[in-house]
Design a protein around this ligand. Structure first.
Ligand code: PMP
Length: 506
């Protein structure tokens, strides 16, 4: 290797290390060229895709996926980059040798993944099991846990619709009239008048021409993202998009790639380079991200999708019933035109207080989905009591602006009170997800457990849901909370952290 090559290799190493650091939110100075991205630095395959996207952008080249996947260290990635820069075509990976014979697995306890799972469960013995906390009541400002009332900050019941007398009554009446199940796919006999009424109500509320409702939020994303695009198409999605979006991209025949979180410039740069190689391009982002509570730069995505001729899908799970005077979501918040976003996806399980998912958009798209979307066609219609309760929730939101006003007041109070106590709320903005940064996973578990003992529940979010060292307690405020409850929760948090000797980062 010439001296010039050696110098360039070193430069590339530093560029790769910079990308590792940005993705993993750590200090580049602490990363050695021989640190293993996965084992030593705690990256995962999504992080690795993010690094690839950054490198392609920075260096203006296209990384061969298989070759890049083999590079676990900055030094290895730099060697590949140098080869590419010098016009070298990376050798095609040899077909993995087919094993002659493998040991059959016939019991779950012999599965490698099950053994890993057992290891995780064993770790709960030290910290206590943070999962499956059981409540014997709806999750409103308070809930009933092990026979006592606790202050609850764990629910997505943002507008207090689950457990509200009006929605319960609507569900009861619909159950009495139609039964508890639609009992068939709507296409083939399960259709009830309430289904169409609900879809019209959602479309009006979301400022679209039409909407279709499915039985689950997660499955709505998987089936739409998994089927809307085909082999000639491309899906570009924010790397922090929900698991259901990632699952959908894996199901789809389309090419797909993530872009760095909220980085619309990176998205635009990908489109500039390759829009003309695909028929349809679907951009998938969320309105509000649930781990940090940050609002996506939707107007930028609208500009980009118009400029490059793409379809824009916004998952409004955490923006509907939170943003806007009637909880209409991102277009109400940003003052967008009803047609600016092609597909507004949302869940019924959060602010609307029931269960299911919807896709709202132009009539031609929605009507096409009604006859073609596997998750709709081959699945039962939403149950009538849920449809009725959801319709009632939308009616209440539209008719009573005080619901969103209380939620917005609570969000403001939480942020102000957290600031007064020098607590770090990560990227939280004007949304109901308000994380408090703790740091280590163990500390976050412990703090959450001790807080619960004192009657306040806020679940911990730990790696891999958030980057290593960035564990947090996720407080979700809802319209039903009072400012006094919020102040009490934050005081108890600070006091408990002090008792446990945990220094909360500012
Ligand atoms: N999208 C996002 C952004 C979510 O946070 C969730 C659930 N947490 C879903 C989709 C899936 O919705 P559901 O829980 O209603 O299935």
């Amino acid at each position: 290797m010439t001296e010039k090559d050696t110098a360039r290799l070193k430069e590339l190493e530093q560029i790769v290390i910079g990308c590792f650091a940005q993705t993993l939110m750590t200090d580049a100075a602490e990363i050695s060229p021989d640190a293993d991205f996965f084992d030593d630095l705690g990256g995962d395959s999504l992080d690795s895709l993010d690094v690839a996207t950054q490198l392609e952008e920075k260096l203006g080249l296209s990384l061969p996926e298989e070759e890049f996947a083999k590079c676990r260290k900055a030094a290895e990635a730099a060697a590949l980059l140098l080869k590419l820069e010098q016009g070298g075509v990376p050798e095609q990976a040899a077909e993995p040798e087919k094993k002659e014979k493998v040991e059959p697995i016939t019991r779950v306890c012999d599965m490698e993944e099950y053994k890993v799972f057992l290891g995780r469960v064993a770790s709960f013995e030290e910290t206590g099991n943070p999962y499956f906390l059981c409540n014997d009541s709806p999750l409103r400002d308070t809930s009933l846990h092990e026979g006592r009332e606790i202050l609850n900050f764990s629910s997505y019941n943002y507008a207090g619709m689950s457990g509200r007398p009006e929605t319960i009554r609507a569900a009861q009446e619909a159950a009495a009239h139609y039964g508890c199940s639609a009992s068939a796919s709507r296409l083939l006999g399960g259709e009830k008048p309430i289904h169409k009424q609900l879809e019209a109500a959602i479309a009006a509320w979301k400022h679209t021409e039409d909407a279709v409702v499915l039985v689950g939020g997660h499955s709505t994303n998987v089936t739409f993202v998994g089927n809307f695009c085909g082999a000639k198409d491309l899906i570009l999605y924010d790397v922090l998009a929900h698991n259901s979006v990632h699952e959908g991209t894996r199901l789809s025949d389309a090419e797909s790639r993530p872009f760095p979180h909220n980085n619309y410039e990176a998205l635009e740069s990908i489109l500039r380079q390759c829009r003309d190689r695909y028929e349809k391009v679907l951009i998938v982002v969320e309105g509000v991200y649930s781990m940090d509570g940050d609002i996506a730069p939707i107007p930028e995505y609208v500009r980009i999708k118009k400029k490059y001729g793409c379809f824009l899908m916004v998952d409004e799970a955490h923006s509907s019933c939170v943003l806007g005077a009637t909880g209409g979501g991102v277009d109400e918040y940003f003052g967008l035109d009803g047609h600016d976003i092609d597909i507004k996806m949302g869940t019924l399980s959060k602010g609307l207080g029931t269960c299911g998912g919807y896709l709202a958009g132009d009539h031609d798209l929605v009507e096409y989905l009604r006859y073609n979307l596997p998750g709709f066609v081959f699945s039962v219609g939403i149950s009538p009591p849920l449809a009725a309760a959801t319709m009632e929730a939308i009616r209440l939101l539209q008719e009573d602006p005080s619901i969103m006003a209380s939620l917005h007041r609570n969000i403001r109070v939480f942020r102000e009170e957290a600031k007064k106590r020098h607590l770090n709320t990560c990227l939280a903005g004007e949304t109901a997800v308000l994380p408090i940064l703790v740091g280590g996973d163990e500390e976050a578990y412990l703090l959450s457990t001790k807080l619960l003992e004192k009657g306040v529940f806020a679940p911990s979010a730990v790696y891999p849901a958030v980057p290593r060292g960035k564990a947090r307690l996720r407080f979700c405020v809802i319209s039903e909370h009072t400012p006094e409850q919020i102040v009490f929760a934050l005081d108890t948090l600070v006091e408990t952290a002090k008792e446990l000797g945990i220094r909360l980062p500012e």
